[in-house]
Design a protein around this ligand. Structure first.
Ligand code: SF4
Length: 409
């Protein structure tokens, strides 16, 4: 994909697992062929930035050599899956990584499924400790407490199809194929399930798939940040959760984390949608050593890190649609943002335009870049109605300071 700082290419991971050697390989490719920056996306995929026309062929060749290149452009476009970060390690109702591999095979083999639109996302949550409840996906396959698996569709949170784990993927694929059919019948007007549900109602997709949804009172709670960052233990699994601000890793940082995984860990990392990599370790002590080494690199190693309170899209100059820089003043805003965080630990969202790529849900404060300064939206997203327009940075600081002090304006 073209971007403001060159081409952007994805290192395709199917499922949440990545080896230390693959992470090391990505760091080397980023340095040799790109600008040395790598984004860990909200879809738990690593993206290399600043690739040029002169280096793209070599970058793709090297990604292929480490097993992180989709077999062709169709496969790259349609294989969009988030799987439980601890799949296969911690207890779960099914192995989400195995399911992801089967699902990827179906998406790439089946001509109907290859017609899914590019952002169409599957989420596979095994019901284990790190819930994916905060991930916005079109089709959610989610283990629930009674041993059943709920298959949900975006825009219909209170109903699901319930089946045994070995039937779950089949149901998810029936929904996906029905979406392709309905979309074609409506002149390709819908890019996501949510927009189809808004236009045609909650029953249209299950009816087209021949499935019956029933009322679902079960819901997963969002994985607390305190279970993600730092040294952790989940059943028999120990891991160290480490992040980079905004999910943007420098090649040297990623190489260092790969080295920790090799030296102290089991040689395995897990990708998450929360700007964090989990380094799997043989025991708690090794996880603590990883965290100590990560702190030397100024990486995020604690859920209390102020940098987690701010979400910002790349903004200008990287994104051509951005009306301003979004990350320039973040370090000044982070302490204030931390004082106004909502339930998910985010207080402030900075967006370069109304598209709001970095966060679709509401934040206590959203700052939307405009021709002169920022519009300020309270308890809404980038498409919300501004409370104040065209604030200077100084005015933004005043507004945030007042809220942080408990004095809303
Ligand atoms: S929100 Fe707008 S400015 Fe930010 S990355 Fe998305 S398109 Fe670009």
């Amino acid at each position: 994909m073209p971007s403001g700082d060159g081409l952007l290419i994805r290192a395709k991971a199917v499922g949440s697992c990545m080896s230390a050697a693959q992470a090391q390989g990505i760091a080397k490719i980023a340095k040799a062929c790109g600008n040395g920056l790598i984004d860990l996306s909200q879809r738990a995929q690593l993206q290399l930035r600043g690739i040029s026309e002169a280096t793209i062929a070599e970058a793709l060749r090297r990604l292929d050599a480490i097993g992180m290149l989709a077999p062709n452009a169709d496969a790259e476009r349609v294989t969009n899956i988030i799987a439980s970060p601890l799949a296969g390690l911690a207890p779960g109702a099914f192995d989400a990584n195995q399911m992801a591999a089967v699902l990827a095979g179906e998406l790439q083999r089946d001509a109907t499924l290859r017609a899914l639109p590019p952002k169409f996302l599957f989420m596979l949550d095994d019901g284990g400790a790190l819930s994916l409840a905060d991930v916005e996906a079109d089709i959610r396959i989610e283990a629930i407490a009674n041993g059943e698996v709920a298959i949900r569709i975006a825009g219909v949170p209170d109903r699901a199809v319930f089946v045994a784990a070995d039937e779950a993927l089949d149901v998810g694929l029936r929904f996906a194929r029905a979406f392709v059919e309905l979309r074609a019948q409506h002149a390709y007007a819908f890019k996501r399930v949510r927009t189809l549900v808004e236009a045609l109602g909650a029953e249209a997709l299950p009816d087209a798939a021949g499935l019956t949804m029933r009322v679902s009172k079960e819901s997963r709670t969002i994985a607390p940040r305190a279970r993600i960052f730092g040294p952790q233990r989940c059943g028999a699994v120990a891991y160290a959760g480490v992040g980079a601000p905004f999910g943007r890793w420098r090649a040297d940082e990623l190489a260092a984390v790969a080295e920790f995984a090799q030296d102290e860990g089991t040689g395995e990392l897990r990708l998450t949608p929360w700007r964090a990599l989990l380094i799997v370790t043989p025991d708690n002590e090794a996880a603590r050593r990883v965290i100590s080494r990560a702190q030397d690199h100024d990486l995020i190693t604690s859920s209390n890190d102020q940098r987690l309170a701010v979400i910002a899209c790349p903004g200008a100059p990287e994104c051509p649609q951005a009306l301003a820089e979004t990350r320039a003043h973040v370090m000044e805003l982070a302490p204030l943002a931390q004082k106004i965080v909502g339930a998910d630990g985010v207080g402030l969202h900075l967006s370069g335009c109304a598209k709001g790529c970095a966060r679709q849900s509401a934040s206590p404060i959203t700052l939307l870049a405009c021709a002169e300064g920022f519009d300020l939206i309270e308890n809404g997203g980038a498409d919300g109605a501004p409370r104040f327009r065209s604030l200077t940075f100084e005015a933004v600081m005043r507004e945030l300071s007042a809220r942080a002090a408990g004095r809303p304006q």
